[in-house]
Design a protein around this ligand. Structure first.
Ligand code: NAD
Length: 295
C-alpha cells in the first residue's frame, strides 16, 4: 500500500519502520531532516510537505506532538487536505483533544475523506516492538478496512466507538496513570521517611491492594525495577511534559463537560511544578523528586 507517514519522532519513526518492514511504500515528511534521512535509509521516500506526501496516498498516518501540529499538517497551506484523493482514510495517532478531532473530521468529511482518531499506548518500546494498543474512533466498516495496517504496528486494535472516542479512552487512561504515579510516589516516600526498606515496601504493594502499573512496572524509586526509567536517572520513558499535556487535555475536556476533576487538576499542577523545576524531559515517574530524597 502507498502510505503517507507524517511525524517521525520517538513514536512515529519506529511505527514507520514497522510499516516499511511489512512491505508498504512510504512517503514521509517531518520538520527534522535527520528524521527523514533515517526513514529514507530504511526505504521510505522523501516528501516536500504533507500535501506532497498525501497526493498519491492510499492511506495517511500522522504521529505529531499536539493539536496545533495536527491542524497545521492537515489544514495548513501545504496540508494533507489540499491534495489527498477523496475516499482515502486519514488516521491520526497523536494524543489530542476530542474537539479538534471533531473539527478535523468535519473538514475531511466535506471533501469525502474519513478521519480516524487512533491514539496509542505502549510507549516507544511498544512502537519499536510493534506491540502498541490502538484506541480507535471509527465506524465498524472503516475499522475493518484499516485494522490490518494498524495491526502491523500494534498488538491490540480496539474500537472505542465513533470518531473522537479513541481520544476519550486515551485521555481517561492517562488521567488515571498520572494520578496513580503521584500516589505511588507519595506512598514510597512516606515509607522511606518512616524507615521501611523501599524494596520491601514495593514488594508488599505489588502483592497487595495498592498494586498498579506505576508501582509494579515503572516504580519511581531508583533500583526497585531494573529496567524502569527511575533506574537510569529517569531518562527515556514518557516525559513529564507529555503527561502534563495529556492532563491538560483531560482537565479541559472535563471543564467543557462541566465535570469536576479535583484529582486531575491537582495532578496537572504537580507535574507542572516538576516541569518548572527543569524535569520536563524526564520520565514522569521523576515526580517523586518533589518528595525529597527518594529520587
Ligand atoms: P516527538 O516530539 O518525538 O515527535 C513528533 C514529530 O513530529 C517530530 O519529529 C516533529 O519534528 C514532527 N513534527 C512536528 N510538527 C510537524 C509538522 N508541521 N510537519 C511535519 N512534522 C512535524 O513526539 P512523540 O513522542 O513521537 O509523540 C507523538 C504523539 O504520540 C504525541 O501526541 C504523544 O503524546 C503521543 N504518545 C507518545 C508516547 C511516548 O511514549 N512518547 C506514548 C503514547 C503516545
Amino acid at each position: 500500500m502507498q502510505i503517507a507517514f507524517i511525524g517521525l519522532g520517538n513514536m512515529g519513526a519506529p511505527m514507520a519502520a514497522n510499516l516499511l518492514a511489512a512491505g508498504h511504500a512510504l512517503r514521509v515528511c517531518d520538520l527534522s531532516e535527520a528524521a527523514i534521512d533515517a526513514a529514507c535509509a530504511q526505504g521510505a521516500t522523501r516528501a516536500a510537505n504533507p500535501a506532497d506526501a498525501a497526493s498519491d496516498a492510499e492511506l495517511v498516518m500522522t504521529m505529531l506532538p499536539a493539536a496545533a501540529h495536527v491542524r497545521a499538517v492537515y489544514q495548513g497551506e501545504h496540508g494533507v487536505l489540499a491534495s489527498v484523493p477523496a475516499g482515502i482514510p486519514l488516521i491520526d495517532s497523536s494524543t489530542i483533544d476530542p474537539a479538534t478531532v471533531a473539527a478535523l473530521a468535519d473538514a475531511a468529511a466535506r471533501q469525502g475523506n474519513p478521519f480516524v482518531d487512533a491514539p496509542v499506548s505502549g510507549g516507544t518500546v511498544g512502537a519499536q516492538a510493534g506491540t502498541l494498543t490502538f484506541m480507535v474512533g471509527a465506524d465498524p466498516a472503516l475499522l475493518e478496512r484499516i485494522a490490518p495496517v494498524l495491526a502491523q504496528m500494534g498488538r491490540n486494535v480496539v474500537r472505542c466507538g465513533d470518531t473522537g472516542t479513541g481520544q476519550v479512552a486515551k485521555l481517561c487512561n492517562n488521567l488515571l496513570l498520572g494520578i496513580s504515579m503521584i500516589g505511588v510516589a507519595e506512598a514510597m516516600s512516606l515509607g522511606e521517611a518512616l524507615g521501611i526498606d523501599a524494596q520491601v515496601l514495593a514488594g508488599i504493594i505489588n502483592t497487595s491492594t495498592g498494586r498498579c502499573w506505576s508501582a509494579e512496572v515503572c516504580n519511581p524509586v531508583p533500583g526497585i525495577v531494573a529496567n524502569a526509567p527511575a533506574s537510569r536517572a529517569y531518562r527515556g520513558g514518557f516525559g513529564v511534559d507529555l503527561m502534563l499535556k495529556d492532563l491538560g487535555l483531560a482537565v479541559d475536556a472535563a471543564r467543557a463537560a462541566r465535570l469536576a476533576l479535583p484529582l486531575g487538576a491537582l495532578a496537572e499542577q504537580t507535574y507542572r511544578r516538576s516541569s518548572r523545576h527543569g524535569d520536563g524531559s524526564l520520565d514522569f515517574s521523576s515526580v517523586i523528586r518533589q518528595y525529597g530524597d527518594a529520587g
